[in-house]
Design a protein around this ligand. Structure first.
Ligand SMILES: [Zn+2]
Length: 397
């Protein structure tokens, strides 16, 4: 593997990672400070950035082009947001990079500021080189809340008619090429009952019981899910999986519950479908609405709304993206993962994509998240190989 021919970890990569981690870019906060840091950094190399704001003007994507080659471009893509640290037991400040025993600790080190740091550290060399293809740095917001930010960035790329050869999505994959991942649908289901003294419970609709009936029916869908299995043995669970991950409701044991809500998700591998879930959920909702007590109290109602959805991702080993990453890392296999990324959206837009980034997904979202320094070095080397490949082509043309 040519990653073994490693250079030392660039002190630049580590110092940029330190800066990036210090921005608390948890998804519910603005990412402006981080985006502005990148914009100013790139401006230092005479690279202009397009900053694409969200509707509320409090978050932004960034797209920056390096080089002026005429061949279709390479996109290096990362998300700037991180998951919350609340309720987690951290041994050090999650927003202050701590290096010990060959690891750099901090929120987002693996997922996925390590990749962004490595990309930014490679910029001076990219600027100096004469690239046969432009390299775009594409940074998004709100990936962690369901890939909500990147669609406007992809639209922008499409609208500008930028020709793309390959997108590398640098999510933590231990720098293995990932060519398939699951898609996801998330629904939030809300139930309204009739609040009254619990001694009158038989006369009312209890929102928690109402939700409970729906949950029991969803559990039946879990069995149906297995009939939609695909043959891709790379997936740990090669069929759709369901999870009810959060529920809340009720005020006190002596009050008939007025409100209850839960979130339920369905993940599905490429080649399978979540229709049994999305359609099944609506059918379940209709059937419980016709129970006698609900009909007696028209104010008692329930609604399930889709809050997150992104497509499954599937590419082939022969795709330009997979081939490029294989050349750069020396990997000779490709992988499938059960987590989701923005790759499905890039691929769906017609851009050959692959997931390949430093760090282990097992570290993502965890307390004391870290990235091994050796992974950062390996990512620096991968980008160095990219630079060599793009420069060589220039010399040959
Ligand atoms: Zn991520």
């Amino acid at each position: 593997m040519n990653l073994q021919a490693s250079q030392d970890l660039s002190s630049n990569t580590l110092s940029i990672l330190r800066d990036l981690v210090a921005f608390d870019s948890t998804s519910y906060r603005s990412n402006f400070d981080l985006i502005d840091y990148v914009r100013v950094y790139l401006e230092g190399f005479n690279i202009q950035s397009e900053v694409i704001f969200n509707e509320d003007q409090n978050k932004a994507n960034l797209l920056a082009k390096i080089g002026s080659g005429f061949e279709p471009a390479i996109v290096l893509s990362g998300h700037t947001d991180v998951v919350p640290v609340g309720g987690q037991n951290w041994l050090s400040d999650p927003f202050s990079l701590t290096v010990r025993e060959g690891r750099a600790y901090g929120r987002g080190t693996s997922d996925m500021k390590g990749f962004i740091a490595s990309v930014l550290a490679a910029v001076p060399a990219m600027v100096k080189a004469s690239l046969s293809r432009p390299v775009y740095i594409a940074l998004s917001y709100d990936e962690e809340v369901g890939c909500a930010g990147v669609p406007s960035l992809i639209d922008f790329i499409a609208h500008q008619q930028i020709e793309i050869a390959t997108c590398i999505i640098g999510e933590p994959s231990s720098l293995k090429p990932v060519t398939a991942h699951t898609g996801k649908h998330v629904y939030t289901c809300q139930f309204h009952g009739t609040p009254m003294h619990s001694s009158l419970a038989p006369e009312g609709v209890n929102a928690i019981s109402y939700a409970g009936r729906v949950i029991a029916e969803i559990e039946n869908l879990v069995q149906i899910a297995k009939t939609f299995a695909v043959k891709d043995t790379r997936f740990t669970h090669p069929y759709p999986t369901l999870n009810i991950g959060r529920i809340s409701g009720g005020k006190a044991v002596n009050i008939v519950a007025e409100h209850c809500q839960f979130d339920v998700e369905c993940r599905y591998p490429p080649g399978s479908s979540a229709d049994f879930f999305t359609i099944g959920l609506q059918q379940i909702m209709q059937s419980v609405a016709h129970l006698p007590m609900q009909q007696k109290h028209p104010s008692a109602c329930a609604i399930c709304e889709e809050t997150v959805s992104y497509p499954a991702f599937s590419s082939t080993d022969a795709s330009p993206a997979a081939q490029l990453v294989r050349r750069l890392t020396g990997a000779n296999e490709s992988y499938a993962v059960n987590y989701g990324t923005e790759a499905g959206l890039f691929e769906k837009a017609g851009f050959s994509s692959v997931v390949c980034g430093p760090g282990d997904i097992a570290q993502a979202h965890q307390p004391n998240e870290f990235i091994a320094l050796s992974q950062l070095t390996a990512c620096d080397n991968m980008l160095n190989s990219l630079l060599t490949e793009l420069s060589v082509k220039e010399a040959m043309s």
